[in-house]
Design a protein around this ligand. Structure first.
Ligand SMILES: CC(C)(COP(=O)(O)OP(=O)(O)OC[C@H]1O[C@@H](n2cnc3c(N)ncnc32)[C@H](O)[C@@H]1OP(=O)(O)O)[C@@H](O)C(=O)NCCC(=O)NCCS
Length: 256
């Protein structure tokens, strides 16, 4: 009888032994790319060549997007305030939320829940837009502050198609772009979060892992920004994309 009080199925360790999902770490180091090892640790099995290529493309796609995204400003602000590297990276990761990077989670959730229903992709897309309108919600994974066509989306779908990996979630995602344009009259491109959501859903990943893909991808970018901030900028510099003005109460005194 085992005396263990809890179990884990991820990595088996012992003196001189590290086996990730059953594979010796030396074997993994020798034979798998980083993306393949990430797939292994999350899925528990080795990826096919298609899954390996897609995982690599996902992790590369969101590595950085310039100095303006909220997570980068988070990292730089924490560092500029005189904090450590780990606090700065953690600060950036904490900024990732439902509207920045984290849209993967809710987008994948919607795609996975609706893909189970019967009907053609276009019909499902139309039903999703009805539901969004009724609940006064935006479709996560669509729209972008800068891009009318997100260059990362097309490439991800192209790689998926090359390997014959275009499944129902990608189909519904593409149909949604069309339906949203027809119904709103606005160009709301599938952004990188939406594309990752569709691809990981076709790869069989649970939507609850969604934000994790963005965090794994963006952390090297955050590290580069933290390092640039510490080596190139002075501490507590004026950081922020635009000027602001104060519009709160004028100076006042606490009543005696
Ligand atoms: C990313 C985002 C914040 C960019 O927004 P933006 O370009 O500044 O556009 P706005 O927030 O000003 O919205 C402009 C209009 O488009 C609509 N719109 C924008 N994104 C939409 C979406 N995903 N679904 C439905 N409608 C959307 C807004 O309702 C608004 O309509 P209105 O003018 O009638 O009020 C926005 O598209 C969004 O919230 N997307 C969903 C979250 C997401 O995918 N985030 C990941 C970004 S990589």
């Amino acid at each position: 009888m085992s005396e263990a009080e809890w179990k884990t199925g991820i990595t088996d360790i012992g003196p001189g032994k590290i086996r990730v999902r059953g594979y010796d770490i030396a074997d993994v180091m020798q034979n798998l790319s980083y993306a393949e090892a990430v797939y292994l640790i999350l899925k528990g099995e080795l990826p096919t060549p298609a899954e390996a290529a897609l995982m690599n493309a996902i992790l590369v796609s969101s590595i950085d997007h310039g100095a303006s995204p909220p997570s980068v400003l988070g990292t730089r602000t924490v560092l500029s305030g005189g904090n450590s590297l780990n606090a700065a990276i953690a600060g950036g990761v904490l900024v990732i939320g439902d509207t920045h990077g984290g849209a993967i989670e809710q987008s994948a959730r919607i795609l996975q829940e609706w893909a189970k229903k019967d009907g053609e992709a276009a019909t499902i897309a139309s039903q999703i837009v009805d539901w969004l309108n009724q609940s006064k919600k935006r479709m996560p994974g669509f729209g972008h502050r800068l891009h009318n066509v997100d260059p990362r989306t097309g490439k991800l779908f192209e790689i998926a198609a090359k390997y014959g990996y275009s499944g129902r979630h990608i189909e519904i995602c593409k149909a949604l772009e069309k339906t949203l344009a027809e119904r709103t009259g606005k160009q709301l491109p599938i952004n990188v979060d939406g594309a990752i959501a569709a691809v990981i859903s076709d790869m069989g990943f649970d939507w609850r892992l969604g934000k994790g893909f963005f965090i794994i991808s963006r952390t090297p970018g955050l590290l580069a920004h933290a390092y640039e901030e510490m080596t190139r900028e002075k501490p507590m510099r004026k950081l922020g994309p635009m000027p602001f003005e104060y519009d709160g109460p004028a100076e006042r005194k606490i009543p005696e």
